[in-house]
Design a protein around this ligand. Structure first.
Ligand code: GLY
Length: 388
């Protein structure tokens, strides 16, 4: 008997940034999550947070029980900015602005479902080799460790860490927080994996220890409210807050060594190459400068698109540092004309279909960048003339 063709052709794992975002959001929609839009990078009604730093930040009142969510399960792709990462911008994995995919439960499902879905999505959905996935749990979280074991994860791929690595939150000076479980991907050779009882696993080899591991998915078991004095009280309900870094995950999916080689960045890198006349992939210093110009132009575009303008305090100062750092690296590439403003068009063209404010506010973004670039150029030239 001949079998009829399947109604839909299986498409396999996602291959591009757009496919990855869609695959994540659609997976959780299929598990009864409400897809919600990214919030602005400027936190609304949260004076304790400078810039949106996580997917959960817009949902703080839902987690704390202060407000009722539109649905007990939500999924988003959230624009995030981490000012602490400015000086690391340009390395393989740290971005100042990144997209964080997240699934959230407000007093609904908890650890078991969050872990099972994360595993299914990474392996069946994204096609990641299960042998390459490693898990961390909070030192005392036997329950999470047991859940991973029950899901078939061998004990030697489950590591335990304390507050620094396996506790998340609050976002800002107060808010909800809890122990977490992270899933990392091992990018090294499977032939180099030490035996299960090798002591190198205790402090040298494994997630958080070794550079061959990239942290992808953070599952936070949000159970506490931390006040401004650092006191934790137990929340009325147990919640789930997760974050999967889109660009990092894409680098693994596309089997490239860093986020700048993914399709999330290639067109922006190409524009910096074109403007500077320098080619990516040749000289290490030039590569770093190209990455930083691309990254900072992208981040600055997002910040300005959400209404941040350069200033000497708060988020305005974050933006000013970003623009100035981008310009200084641009100068290393021989670009002394406004460059970030020229890259902003490519950023809008490339990702404006996901974040339409980049297109709608493009003229504003370009003008703010250009003005700041011209002001800083004058400052640099004045400084050089005084020193001459
Ligand atoms: N809120 C979870 C994370 O940002 O990793």
């Amino acid at each position: 008997m001949s079998s009829s063709p399947p109604e839909t052709t299986p498409t396999g794992p996602p291959k591009t940034a757009d496919e990855l975002r869609e695959a994540f959001l659609a997976y959780f929609e299929d598990h009864d999550h409400l897809r919600m839009p990214s919030a602005s990078l400027i936190p609304a009604a949260d004076p304790t947070l400078l810039l949106m730093n996580s997917g959960m930040a817009q949902f703080k009142p839902y987690f704390s029980g202060e407000k009722k969510p539109p649905h007990p399960r939500v999924t988003t792709s959230q624009k995030c900015f981490r000012a602490v990462d400015i000086e690391e911008g340009g390395d393989d994995t740290h971005l100042t602005m990144f997209e964080m995919l997240g699934n959230f439960s407000f007093g609904n499902y908890f650890k078991k479902e969050a872990c099972a879905w994360a595993l299914e999505l990474l392996t069946d959905g994204f096609g990641f080799d299960p042998e390459r996935l490693y898990y961390t749990v909070y030192t005392t979280d036997d329950e999470a460790a047991q859940i991973w074991l029950d899901l078939g994860i061998p004990p030697e791929r489950i590591y335990r860490f304390g507050d620094e690595d396996n506790w998340w939150g609050p976002a800002g000076n107060e808010g909800v927080c809890g122990p977490s479980s992270e899933i990392s991907y091992y990018r090294g050779s499977l032939d180099d994996v030490p035996a299960a009882d090798d002591p190198v696993r205790n402090g040298e080899w494994g997630p958080n220890y070794h550079e061959d591991f990239v942290e992808l998915y953070n599952l936070v078991f949000t159970q506490f409210y931390r006040d401004l004095d650092g006191n934790d009280t137990v929340l009325p309900a147990k919640n789930i807050d997760t974050g999967l870094g889109l660009e990092r995950t894409l680098a693994v999916l596309q089997d490239v060594s860093n986020v700048y080689e993914t399709d999330a960045f290639r067109p922006i890198i190409a524009r910096v190459e074109q403007l500077s006349g320098k080619e990516w992939g040749g000289d290490e210093d030039a590569d770093r400068a190209i990455r930083i110009v691309a990254e900072h132009a992208r981040s600055a575009s997002f910040l300005i698109g959400d209404g941040v303008i350069p200033g000497n305090t708060g988020r305005g100062y974050v933006l000013r540092r970003l623009i100035r750092r981008g310009m200084l690296f641009g100068r290393e590439l021989g670009m002394d004309t406004p460059m970030l403003s020229a890259v902003a068009r490519t950023v809008a063209d490339h990702i404006g279909h996901v974040y339409p404010e980049l297109k709608g506010n493009h003229d504003f973004i370009k003008d703010v960048l250009k003005q700041e670039e011209m002001n800083f150029s004058r400052t640099l030239e004045f400084g050089a003339s005084v020193l001459a």
